[in-house]
Structure formats: C-alpha cells, structure tokens
Ligand binder design. Structure first.
Ligand SMILES: NC(=O)c1ccc[n+]([C@@H]2O[C@H](COP(=O)([O-])OP(=O)(O)OC[C@H]3O[C@@H](n4cnc5c(N)ncnc54)[C@H](OP(=O)(O)O)[C@@H]3O)[C@@H](O)[C@H]2O)c1
Length: 296
C-alpha cells in the first residue's frame, strides 16, 4: 500500500511513519516547507504525481489556545485544506482518512459521546475541526473521519512530555481535574490508521465509511493522567512529585475545553473489529521509553 500523509513531523505522522516502516506500506509525507496547507493549490496534480492508494489527513492547526485569536489561519488549515484534500482525493477516486477531535463536542453530556451525538464545539479550534469534518464528508464519500483525543507520544510537544519535564524541576504540580477524557497514544492511533486504510482499500462497504471514534480505552482527568505519569516516572527516577488538583477556572486558559470529552469507541469495535489499548498501559510504555530509551 502506498499512502500519502499530510503533516510531516507531527505526533501521529511520526508514529505512522515508524509503524509503516515495519510493514510493506510506503509512506510519502506532504508538508512544510514544500507544501503550506494554508495556501494549498493544485492538490489534485500534486497528489496524482505521487500515485497514492489512500491519503491520510493529519496536518492541522492544533494550538487550541492560539486559535482563539488566530481564527483565519485555524480555519484555513482545519477547514479549507481539509476541503481541498477531500476534493483532490475524490478527483483521484481514492479514499481519505481524516483526523478529527473530541473538541467538536460541548462536554455537557454526562456519558461518553458516540458518533450519533450532536456536536457543539465551544472553541475556535473545535469549530474549525468540525468544519473540516463536514468539508471532507461533503467532498469525498469514500472517507473515514477518525475523532481522537488527548494525544501523547515520545514525539513533538504534548501533555505527557510536559509533565515529565516539569516534574524534574518541581516537587508539586497543579493540574486540572474537572475535565475528563480518553488519553490516546499516537503509536496506537498509527496502528489503527494502518488497519483502517487496508480495509478501506480492499472493502467498498459503506459501513466502513463515515465518522469513527478512535481513542484510548478507559478514561481519566488531566490530573489523573499526570498522577499516572509521575508515579510511573518515580519507578525509574525515585523522585516523588505531588499532583495538586485545580479547576479549569483556576487555570484560566484562553480556549474553553469540554468538561467531558470521553469518546465511546464501540462503533470502531463493531465494524472494524478492534479497539485501542487502555490509556494506562500505553502511557506507561511512553514514559518508560522516554526515561530509559527502551520499549517494554
Ligand atoms: N494533539 C491532540 O491532542 C489531538 C487531539 C484530538 C485530535 N487531534 C487531531 O489529530 C491530528 C494529528 O494531531 P498531532 O497531535 O499529530 O498534530 P501535531 O503534532 O500538532 O502536528 C501537526 C502537523 O500539522 C502540520 N501543519 C500545521 N499547519 C500546516 C500548514 N499550514 N501546512 C502544512 N502543514 C501544517 C504541522 O507542521 P509544522 O511542523 O510545519 O508546524 C505538523 O506537522 C490533527 O488533525 C489534530 O487536529 C489531535
């Protein structure tokens, strides 16, 4: 299988390149500086030249807080580039997998969200990603839109790496406990994407198209995730760090986040036959990898 991904060095892109390197799948990456998706033109021609079997749309404006005051650029990448990729893949008659987010929801539902739940984003980022979902769905019916959440990995910038870094410098951390979600490993998402891509290529069934929730099994708050990270790190470093729970109001970030963004991933299990591993196991693996260099 020959896949083209957008976003060259992002967390999921890096994980996907690594996962594909253990298979016969060839990955070609489109991204800056060669292609700036804020002003992407002629995507059909550029993709045609690479002859992909499928396109995986990973690049996004992902700075949730900055997007509040940088709405045009967030929409240019998250909506307009998604639209252009949907059109280009439809022109080439190939499927597209497009990544989206738990932040399309308002967080008011008491239970985990499933794919049929109404959306209601409460941030610019969430609105721009929802617009991207619609753009892909409207341009290429041969799509799988994968909503994931709270991504961590050994690559790039993420909450897990920040907690590890800060816990080396401080004995106590303040972390919000009034947002719950499903932490998801970029490595686990990469494995899921490769399985979904193979199925989309070989099975034309409409049931495999549409929106799917693809997040780590289990749930926790950011404070719960931080506690798990520092206690796993303590096994290696012997250093204790206390996690103090605070509210989102105390943290006072520019963008609102849903207080509940847990994703129900039963549709993925029912139609694709798998689920992602538990967040505790996968995040432990990443912490140990970062601290020891070993995959255990
Ligand atoms: N991170 C999360 O917690 C999270 C949660 C839910 C859903 N998602 C979604 O999952 C997907 C992957 O997330 P991620 O965490 O892997 O992202 P990431 O690490 O932030 O990487 C984003 C990538 O997009 C590229 N990009 C941004 N603007 C671009 C532009 N104008 N032209 C070309 N490339 C551009 C970046 O390139 P540069 O390196 O050049 O900036 C970077 O490689 C995204 O669609 C995101 O919305 C993420």
């Amino acid at each position: 299988m020959r896949i083209v991904i957008t976003g060259k060095e992002g967390q999921v892109a890096t994980a996907l390149k690594t996962a594909a390197s253990w298979t016969s799948t060839e990955v070609l990456a489109l991204g800056r500086p060669e292609i700036d998706l804020e002003k992407a033109t002629n995507l059909t021609e550029q993709l045609a030249a690479l002859s992909p079997d499928i396109v995986i749309s990973l690049a996004a404006y992902t700075n949730v807080d900055k997007a509040e005051t940088d709405s045009d650029r967030a929409f240019a990448v998250n909506r307009d580039a998604a639209h252009a990729l949907g059109e280009a893949t439809a022109n080439l008659n190939i499927p597209i997998i497009h990544m989206s987010t738990d932040y399309v929801f308002d967080g008011l539902k008491p239970q985990p969200y499933d794919e049929s739940d109404p959306t209601g984003p409460i941030s610019v980022y969430g609105r721009s990603k929802l617009a991207g979902e619609l753009a892909v769905a409207n341009t290429n019916p041969n799509h799988a839109i994968l909503r994931t959440a709270w991504i961590y990995s050994p690559y790039g910038k993420n909450f897990l790496k920040t907690i590890l870094r800060v816990s080396r410098e401080k004995d106590e951390l303040r972390v919000v406990s009034d947002q719950v979600g499903c932490p998801t490993s970029a490595d686990d998402i990469a494995g899921a994407i490769l399985q979904i891509a193979e199925r989309l290529r070989s099975d034309p069934s409409p049931r495999l198209r549409g929106i799917f929730h693809v997040a780590g099994a289990g749930e926790c708050s950011w404070a719960g995730l931080a506690t798990h990270i520092v206690s796993t790190a303590e096994e290696i470093t012997g250093r204790t760090t206390k996690v103090n729970e605070i509210t989102s109001r105390e943290l006072n970030l520019p963008a609102n986040r849903p207080s509940n963004s847990r994703l129900d991933c039963s549709k993925l299990l029912n139609l694709y036959g798998f689920r992602l591993p538990d967040w505790k196991r996968s995040s432990r693996k990443v912490v140990l990898k970062l601290l020891t260099g070993n995959d255990r």
